[in-house]
Design a protein around this ligand. Structure first.
Ligand SMILES: Cc1cc2nc3c(=O)[nH]c(=O)nc-3n(C[C@H](O)[C@H](O)[C@H](O)COP(=O)(O)O)c2cc1C
Length: 284
């Protein structure tokens, strides 16, 4: 376990402040009772879409999966699985299914994280046990939560080892085709993909500032009014960030609302319910 240092008494204080200010793009004012390498690593997260031409050391995948399996899992049901893809042709086919995102082709390792109800379904059949609960939306939600917690543990682990990743939600654009490509049995849903590799240091990714804490952190009760002004400030921070990255300075609000403008802006995911039905989820 990494040790906590009291940042006020050391250079850790300056490092911690730098990390927090990079995360929000604004000065940090709350006290810092403690800091450590885990926080350094978490605060330094950035999605990486450009990878070095460097293979992952043998055993990396198994280590990451051990970290993933160490995440909490609802009732220890462990309703998730993951498919690891290294074959260039399969990665290319999956990239084509995921909005042609080049990072899926270029990452040395592509992981598809799955909500997996098939294992317990098979156990129910083997033991002639009723599994009516399998057919409810709640059960799929459990599988999706389990998959997300496991995946994020893997991200934390790989970033701590100097690797990088980016999630690929576009794997849900065409779930049936992804399921066919991966040979998934019924009642297994591809939740998201994840590109893994060493970052290309010649094309570094930047830390993307997040919403101010008062927008997401509510004390005792949810606070609607305080959000509007804070979001306006965040739009300014985001515009500056977008400009620094050579992107159009749309700000967070406009960029985010564009994702919800219409059914078409969901890029095929507007028919997710039908796709899930086709994959064997009744969603009662
Ligand atoms: C579930 C999920 C799906 C995502 N899907 C994609 C994707 O398909 N393509 C992509 O380039 N980034 C994708 N991302 C990355 C987000 O765009 C990124 O995390 C967000 O903009 C914040 O940036 P940061 O991770 O660098 O801090 C996804 C992230 C999550 C959590």
């Amino acid at each position: 376990m990494s040790t906590a240092t009291a940042p006020a008494s050391s250079t850790a204080h300056a490092d911690a402040l730098r990390a927090l200010e990079a995360r929000y793009g604004t000065p940090w004012s709350a006290p810092l009772p403690a800091w450590n390498e885990t926080l350094d690593s978490l605060l330094a997260h950035r999605s990486v879409r450009n990878y070095a031409d460097r293979p992952l050391p043998e055993g990396t995948l198994e280590t990451l999966i051990a970290a993933a399996q160490s995440a909490s899992t609802s009732s220890n049901l462990q309703t998730w699985s993951v498919v690891a893809i290294e074959d260039p042709e399969r990665k290319a086919r999956l990239a084509a299914l995921a909005a042609n995102q080049s990072q899926v082709r270029e990452a040395p390792l592509f992981l598809v994280w799955l909500a997996d109800l098939s294992r317990l379904e098979a156990a129910g059949q083997r033991t002639d046990t009723s599994i009516e609960g399998l057919h409810y939306l709640e059960t799929l939600v459990v599988g999706m939560i389990d998959a997300a917690l496991a995946a994020q543990n893997a991200v934390v682990a790989l970033e701590s080892l100097g690797m990088s990743a980016v999630y690929i939600g576009a794997i849900r654009n065409r779930p049936e085709q992804v399921a066919a490509e991966l040979g998934l049995p019924p009642r297994v849903m591809p939740v998201f993909g994840m590109c893994v590799g060493y970052p290309d240091e010649t094309r570094p990714a930047a830390i993307k500032p997040r919403l101010p804490q008062p927008v997401v952190l509510h004390r005792e009760q949810y606070n609607v009014p305080s959000q509007v002004g804070e979001i306006a400030q965040y739009d300014e921070v985001t515009r500056a960030f977008q400009t620094s990255q050579g992107q159009s300075a749309a700000g967070w609000t406009a960029r985010s609302l564009a994702r919800w403008r219409s059914a078409e802006s969901l890029h095929g995911r507007d028919r997710l319910r039908d796709a899930l039905n086709a994959l064997g989820f009744e969603l009662r």
